[in-house]
Design a binder for this molecule. Structure first.
Ligand SMILES: [Zn+2]
Ligand SMILES: [Zn+2]
Length: 263
């Protein structure tokens, strides 16, 4: 492994070792995948995703400074325009401040090459806004049972069935039909995800949908339930607290949804 000096390469080796142990605990399959990639010196988005998650700056720096990855390329996770944006978001969610600052400084440098640099105040405002946004806004979640990552972060894929036939006119194979298979897999560990479709995942992105049965609450309706407690003094039940539920499946409406609907 190439690195600037012995001291840095020792830190890197130790960090890879620690990350490897973390991943082994998360999932042995994931750990095998990770070990194979490290042995091939392949520092891809998945490796850097976990380095961001577990706050190992040396791994991120190693991959970027030795140009083992171009973080300006599009992310496999469609929610982010670039790998860098994806890693920044992971670092932010996991409070990996060093990584967040490092990646931010890279993108800021990049920006300053392309555009006139915005003054520091605007930059800080942007960071503040970004922090605020993730703390109050709704974030969809679907955890892969195998690798335990949120597939909205790590990505998911849908398979397609494409049928080809031979075309004598063109003297080659031609695509004759293409159909969605409606089979979703976790992009991180390649495990097929049961009982979920692209439509369900899309509906989860909307705060208006029930997180359990995916019904649009503005169409299916909600039910309020008032818990009554008995008051001995007046010999009557009096209301104590109210909860809101999906009318279709009775699943409780979460805090984000309550705020959104002003309940
Ligand atoms: Zn997975
Ligand atoms: Zn429901």
């Amino acid at each position: 492994m190439k690195s600037d000096n012995k001291y840095e390469s020792k830190i890197l080796e130790d960090d890879i070792d620690k990350l490897s142990k973390n991943l082994y605990l998360e999932s042995p399959d994931l750990w095998i995948d990770f070990t194979d990639k490290i042995n091939d010196n392949k520092f891809d988005e998945m490796i850097l995703f976990f380095a961001s998650k577990y706050n190992f700056l040396s791994i991120i720096k190693h991959a970027i400074t030795n140009e083992l990855i171009d973080v300006n390329l599009p992310s496999k996770n469609k929610s982010y325009p670039t790998i860098s944006q994806h890693l920044i978001s992971v670092a932010q969610q996991n409070n990996s401040a060093e990584i967040y600052n490092y990646l931010k400084s890279l993108t800021d440098n990049e920006d300053s090459l392309n555009y006139k640099k915005t003054d520091d105040k605007t930059k800080n405002d942007n960071i503040d806004n970004a922090n605020k946004d993730t703390s109050i806004s709704y974030y969809p979640k679907f955890i892969c049972k195998n690798c335990k990552t949120n597939i909205f972060d790590t990505g998911f894929s849908e398979s397609e069935k494409i049928i080809y036939t031979y075309s004598p006119e063109e003297n080659s194979v031609k695509e004759t039909s293409r159909a969605r298979m409606n089979k979703i897999s976790c992009s991180n560990c390649n495990t097929p995800l049961e009982n979920v479709t692209l439509e369900i995942l899309e509906s989860l992105c909307s705060i208006q949908n029930c997180s359990k049965c995916f019904t649009n609450l503005t169409i299916g309706g909600i039910t309020d339930k008032v818990k009554m407690i008995f008051d001995d003094k007046i010999n009557k039940f009096i209301p104590q607290s109210t909860t809101y539920h999906c009318s279709n499946c009775d699943n409780i409406i979460n805090e984000n949804q309550k705020n959104f609907f002003g309940l």
